[in-house]
Design a protein around this ligand. Structure first.
Ligand SMILES: Nc1ncnc2c1ncn2[C@@H]1O[C@H](COP(=O)(O)OP(=O)(O)OP(=O)(O)O)[C@@H](O)[C@H]1O
Ligand SMILES: Nc1nc2c(ncn2[C@@H]2O[C@H](COP(=O)(O)O)[C@@H](O)[C@H]2O)c(=O)[nH]1
Length: 206
């Protein structure tokens, strides 16, 4: 898949750290110039969630058919449900030269790293695991059993943060939002400079 034109931005981290909250703050900012890839999931819709806005909600059968059709850039089974990034939207958007923002869990991010090592990987970390549990309980969307399962996954996920390009601690939402935006901006500048130097080298070699 040729996705050379835009930048693929991956925001990952444990459940409850605030990925969705930080992402919403980024997309509420009128200066944001990238697009959000809406994932597919087999999880039940939460109160207030809208199909096609928060997720594309699918049955397990539908999701498994899509896996067979190679319709995902990455997918993972997380705490009993499938989650995946649809390939077509990402491909089309990046070919238009737009950056695409993925908000996914750690196993999926590992798959994206293998397929697209040139993507930008940001790990959103909680100040402490206690904060994480408090946030999951405070959100009030999962049973205590599911929260416990998510926390036990989180213990393993935070071990993976050293595999990311950047780690942002989500202490204050607006600070984390600005840090993510600055990282993306810096990445663009870096890539533009490398490209300019490369072009210069080619011209000099002619
Ligand atoms: N910096 C923060 N300080 C305090 N509370 C926060 C902060 N960021 C997010 N929260 C709260 O923590 C809860 C979890 O946030 P959010 O749903 O954004 O997490 P998430 O990482 O997207 O979770 P999931 O991976 O399960 O989708 C929410 O109730 C949110 O309001
Ligand atoms: N690997 C993927 N993970 C995804 C995707 N979309 C969301 N997620 C992550 O799943 C967990 C649980 O989400 P929740 O909405 O049930 O709380 C969380 O970490 C999400 O970021 C995806 O396409 N692929």
């Amino acid at each position: 898949m040729d996705i050379e034109k835009g930048l693929l931005i991956v925001l990952s981290g444990p459940s409850g750290v605030g990925k969705g909250t930080v992402r919403r703050a980024i997309f509420e900012d009128p200066d944001t110039d990238f697009e959000y890839s809406i994932s597919m999931t087999t999880r039940n819709k939460r109160e207030g969630e809208v199909d096609g806005v928060d997720y594309f909600f699918k049955s397990r059968e539908e999701f498994e058919t899509l896996i067979e059709q190679d319709a995902f850039i990455e997918y993972a089974e997380y705490v009993g449900n499938y989650y995946g990034t649809p390939v077509q939207y990402v491909k089309d958007t990046m070919e238009r030269g737009k950056d695409v923002f993925l908000e996914i869990e750690v196993e999926g991010a590992k798959q994206v790293r293998k397929k697209f090592p040139e993507a930008l990987f940001i790990f959103l970390a909680p100040p402490t695991l206690e904060h994480l549990e408090e946030r999951l309980i405070g959100r009030g969307t999962e049973s205590q059993e599911v929260i416990n399962h998510r926390i036990s996954e989180a213990r393993k996920e935070v071990e993976m943060m050293n595999l990311y390009d950047y780690v942002v601690i989500n202490d204050e939402v607006m600070d984390a939002k600005e840090k993510v935006q600055m990282i993306v901006e810096a990445e663009h500048l870096k890539r533009e400079r490398v490209e300019a130097r490369f072009r210069k080298m080619i011209l000099e070699a002619k």
